[in-house]
Design a protein around this ligand. Structure first.
Ligand code: NAD
Length: 254
């Protein structure tokens, strides 16, 4: 995990306002820190307490509380973030759940819960954020999917389906909003060392098993995703849209 960010940004970078969902910990916290270090103002949206992230990022961070599956909470949280920083330009749809489940033991409620968080969530947050990006004539939507969409592991059928849906969302939405100077891309991490991954897919030697299937023989860390996030959000990346960039140490050759 990164240390406290410095406040200096590259001199050619414009200061933008970013909203990162699921910023209380894990990848979302890493992304919030990275965007702030790049010089952006960052709002974090989460159900959980974000004081740990706020402490690490400092004054350029504003936490808003919402369940991404609740349209009213999402709308209010997005408006609060935009009002706090005077606009909204970058959205990282990162909040997600990935419980391992045997397919035949998966209940309809399990299935719907995974779809609600991983698909309804990005839909609702993006829909609320777009008017602000359109008003600015510039935007970056970044959807965090997963290398499982290429690998299809047996215990993550519902999760894989939800993230494959988010790849489709990325492609079609990029066509719908490109005329407004807004790009939409997806980043697909492999198994990455976060607390949640350590409790679930990475438990019982899972990190090591996945590492041994990679070309790059190291456990993926949240920091391994940062350069790609910053590249996708860069002022100079306006011609990159509708793409899914896979960062999994070479397991899936996408
Ligand atoms: N860690 C990995 O191995 C890995 C690999 C590929 C993709 N991903 C994806 O990256 C994202 C982050 O994963 P992580 O490992 O950091 O997980 P995490 O559990 O550490 O973080 C997810 C965050 O989302 C928040 N969240 C969950 N449901 C929410 C809801 N309904 N409303 C608002 N916030 C909610 C949680 O409170 C949490 O802070 C997820 O979308 C996950 O599917 C993770």
């Amino acid at each position: 995990m990164s240390e406290t960010p410095s406040t200096d940004a590259p001199t050619n970078a414009k200061q933008r306002v970013a909203l990162v969902t699921g910023a209380a910990g894990g990848l979302g916290r890493e992304f919030a820190i990275a965007l702030a270090r790049r010089g952006h103002l960052v709002a974090g949206l989460d159900l959980a307490d974000q004081s740990g992230t706020a402490e690490l990022v400092g004054e350029s961070f504003h936490p808003v509380r919402a369940d991404v599956t609740d349209p009213d909470e999402v709308q209010a949280a997005v408006e609060e973030a935009a009002a706090r920083f005077g606009g909204l330009h970058i959205l990282v749809n990162n909040a997600g759940v990935y419980p391992p489940l045997e397919f035949e033991e998966t209940t309809l409620e399990d299935w719907r819960r995974i779809m609600r968080v991983n698909l309804d969530g990005p839909f609702l947050v993006t829909r609320a954020a777009l008017p602000h990006m359109k008003a600015a004539g510039w935007g970056r939507v970044v959807n965090i999917v997963s290398a499982v969409v290429f690998l299809g592991p047996p215990d993550l059928v519902a999760y894989t389906t939800s993230k494959a849906g988010l790849v489709g969302f990325t492609r079609a939405l990029s066509s719908a909003v490109g005329g407004h100077g807004i790009t939409v891309n997806a980043i697909s991490p492999g198994l990455t060392r976060t607390e949640t991954a350590a409790r679930t897919t990475g438990a019982d030697g899972g990190f090591e098993r996945v590492r041994d299937l990679q070309v790059i023989r190291a456990v993926e860390e949240p920091g391994d995703l940062v350069s790609t996030l910053l590249y996708v959000c860069d002022e100079g990346s306006g011609f990159l849209t509708g793409q899914t960039i896979n960062i999994d140490g070479g397991s899936a050759k996408h």
